[in-house]
Design a protein around this ligand. Structure first.
Ligand code: IMP
Length: 195
């Protein structure tokens, strides 16, 4: 497994995945860098969407392919936006999306601000076999946006045992505890046994 195609056009995610996998001696290229088309996320679960993407790009390129499907599940909103997180913000404008989430939460019946980021990784081999790795981080939605780093809903998410949001901490710190970092750790263990 010398080369993996990351089935994503999300630069924030690609950057995080590269940082974790490249030290293992795996060449990481993304669908965005290879100018490959997008795959429609028609699944209703994180796993279904991750599989759709990794299986598509493994077939198209003939290389190992890794896809991530992730999202923010907010308890008071019955787990939304969940698998629809990427589509929650109009035109992927997450600054606006975060304001909308705060507004929605202020109108919710429950005052519970608990939330979790969930990540499911699907790794598909050139012969089409897929393995699934999951990661989750519990936390809460901050009262207002804080921090300039990160992407998506980072500026609103305070992970458990921390008082800062994901947008206020370094990429290294985030990777140590994030949903994606945790799923990637499981993937790393698997890659080490496969190499
Ligand atoms: P998808 O997995 O490409 O469908 O997109 C997942 C969406 O969930 C992103 O567009 C973000 O809105 C949100 N999301 C997933 N992981 C993170 C994260 O680490 N930080 C902030 N937002 C995230």
């Amino acid at each position: 497994m010398d080369r993996i195609i990351v089935a994503s056009h999300n630069l924030g995610k690609i950057k995080e995945i590269k940082k974790i996998l490249e030290p293992l001696g795996v060449e990481v290229e993304s669908a965005a860098e290879l100018h490959l088309g997008d795959v429609e996320e028609t699944g209703t679960t994180f796993e279904e969407n991750a599989r759709l993407k990794s299986e598509h790009f493994a077939k198209e390129t003939g290389f190992w392919s890794l896809a991530d499907d992730s999202g923010l599940c907010v308890k008071a909103l019955n787990g939304r936006p969940g698998v629809y997180s990427a589509r929650y913000a109009p035109n992927r404008d997450f600054d606006k999306g975060m304001d909308m989430l705060l507004e929605e939460l202020s109108q919710a019946e429950s005052k519970d601000r608990s939330a979790a980021f969930v990540c499911v990784l699907a790794l598909t081999s050139p012969n089409g076999k897929t393995k699934i790795f999951e990661g989750k981080v519990e936390g809460k939605i901050a009262e207002s946006k804080k921090g300039k780093d990160g992407f998506g809903f980072d500026a609103l998410f305070v992970p458990e045992n921390l008082s800062q949001t994901f947008a206020e901490i370094s990429q290294e710190e985030k990777n140590k505890m994030s949903h994606r970092g945790r799923a990637l750790q499981k993937l790393i263990e698997y890659i080490k046994t496969e190499k």
